[in-house]
Design a protein around this ligand. Structure first.
Ligand SMILES: [Zn+2]
Length: 227
């Protein structure tokens, strides 16, 4: 599930031009006999493709929850374990690092009910209504305080804690796929980015990584200087 955050209030012509970043080495080295991808299902944003250009990407995982019973603490630790497994699987393709504080993180993962709110999509003027509550990923944009300033983004993942361990792994892995730039869904059940939950628990497939690689070869305004 993906929601668009509010886009930065900047005139289009003040935004950095669309440019291509170098591929991270791990994606550069990726090859597979399977050539299929679902790149046509990926939506480019006004900011271009929602890709990272500074590696490793910093991931903050909610580290504590207040007033947990012993059973609650055990659930929390299982949730953290599932999230760490999801981070580890993507780390083979996009370098990721866990950070202790949320302030300078690029991707934030929280254990809480995804907020059910209607947001107006700035492109279409229509309401985006979340259609499932297992997990959501939201993007927000900001300008860095550097001179010149850069356009950057931040992804927030909210994961419903009340899911079995296997579903937690699948759902967090799926949401991390969105947070890493796969802003769309596969139509194949065998891909982690399949649009719906299935009984079979998929892993990251060659089609997922072919798509990710193609996305990282696309131009973006993110990570470039404002004129
Ligand atoms: Zn999704």
């Amino acid at each position: 599930m993906v929601n668009f955050g509010h886009f930065v209030r900047a005139e289009n012509n003040n935004l950095p031009p669309l440019q291509v970043h170098p591929l991270p080495i791990s994606l550069q080295n990726w090859t597979s006999n399977i050539k299929e991808d679902y790149f046509k299902e990926i939506e480019p944003h006004l900011a271009g493709y929602l890709i990272w250009s500074t590696f490793p990407v910093k991931v903050y995982l909610q580290s504590s929850d207040t007033n947990l019973s012993p059973a609650g603490l055990k659930d929390f630790q299982q949730w953290q374990k599932a999230a760490n497994m999801a981070i580890a699987t993507w780390n083979s393709y996009i370098p990721l690092i866990s950070v202790e504080t949320s302030e300078d993180a690029n991707i934030l993962i929280y254990r809480r009910y995804p907020e059910f709110k209607a947001e107006i999509n700035p492109e279409t003027g229509l309401y985006n209504l979340p259609r499932a509550k297992a997990a959501t990923t939201t993007v927000k944009f900001y300008l860095t305080q550097t001179k010149p300033s850069q356009l950057r983004h931040r992804m927030t993942i909210e994961v419903n804690p009340h899911q079995t361990f296997d579903y937690l792994i699948t759902n967090i892995t799926h949401e991390l796929g969105h947070a890493l730039g796969i802003w769309g869904h596969s139509l194949q059940k065998t891909d982690i980015m399949y649009y719906s939950h299935t009984k079979e628990i998929p892993a990251i497939s060659p089609q997922d990584i072919n798509t990710l690689k193609k996305i990282y070869q696309q131009p973006t305004r993110l990570g470039w200087d404002i004129n």
